[in-house]
Design a protein around this ligand. Sequence first.
Ligand code: URA
Length: 443
Amino acid sequence: MRPQEIIAKKRDGGELSDAEIRAFIDGVCDKSWADYQISALIMAMVIRGLSLAEQDAITDAMLNSGEVLDFSSINKPKGDKHSTGGVGDKTSLVIAPIVAACGVAVPMISGRGLGHTGGTLDKLEAIPGYNVKLTTEEFHNVIEKCGFAMTGQTAEIAPADKKIYALRDATATVPCIPLIVASIMSKKLAEGLDALILDVKTGSGAFMQTLEDSTALAEALVLTGRKFGVRTEAVISDMSQPLGRYVGNAVEVYECIQILKGESDDSWADTKELSVELSARLLVLAGVSESVEAARQVATSKLTDGTAFEKFRENVELQGGDLAVCDDPELLIDRDLFRVEIKATGDGFVTAIDTLAIGNAVCEIGGGRIRADDKVDHAVGYESLSRIGDKISKAEPAGLLHCRSLEQAAFVESQLANAYVIGNTPQTRTPIISQVISSPKPK
Ligand code: URA
């Protein structure tokens, strides 16, 4: 089958057969398809759309383009969480130890940040020495010893997705639900899971900004997970403001360790709430809890009795990280940085937050990447001190920027200040989870 024929069929609105989709993915892996041919087909898919059968076929072909991990020797249910990403979205670092402490093995393969969204691997690398490049054998051993491990996508996991995602990023072809589903699920299904909880964000800092788009993505992801034999559920969670207090790599790890140590603070209450909720739902899906309510209590008790923190500590040691940051999380806050107050632009109530602008500002001062090969400054970040609904005055800081230089601050200061929309009427806060999607109907 020549690439030109497959591209032409999709260009003209045809439905590709399983064999044609397999030929495409084989061509990506054996490099017989050139980048321009892959990109042309992807663009045709974005414009013409993909049927459910095509979406399943591409997911299956991408999944089987690489290794599917086998944890059958670990005698526990295997579960994981995936988030579509956002600003200050750091729950993986809290969920994995909670769930592991409840007897579910968590083989978590995570990504790096790109653009305004952070990535778990970058956050973990803020812990000196922490190794996120485990071999399959090391990954297995760490899970066996402490119940969870966090690593990056190896060359063997869904290699077709790795290649195609890089081309989609460079050719403005990321926003296409069937392609997003195939990309996310081919990697998650390769983890050999029994249960998967998906956190699909919605709002100004999310990849999908409207509730309608987020719901459509969540339904498609859940349907695919279930079709491939994994007990899957999704929540739609709020990303109309940064999650928790901190945005940035080291500072987000700081927030997570404080939560794991049982330190409570209103400014990170939503991070804790979402982490507990996602953990609870995963525990039910994994079959270790009977109800979400019971699971919430168990998950919370793992935070209060210190067992989740102990799991995290064990994991840091096994993955080569410096335990000093567990004992003294203040070490994660770089005291040599400048701290610049971001003043509110008016008096009144915070009615909305441009979360994307905050994520972009942190990225622009080095906390994230604009290009996939950019280096990250793990120490810089932002503290969001005002939340939607808060009363605020011009004299007060809406946030605090942790930056390397005053030039950096000058560069992003007005972007950050303007991110807070101030109005006259108090706004009711939206719940952190607006919907749970358990069994969507195929469209
Ligand atoms: N994240 C992924 O892994 N793939 C996509 O296509 C979009 C977000």
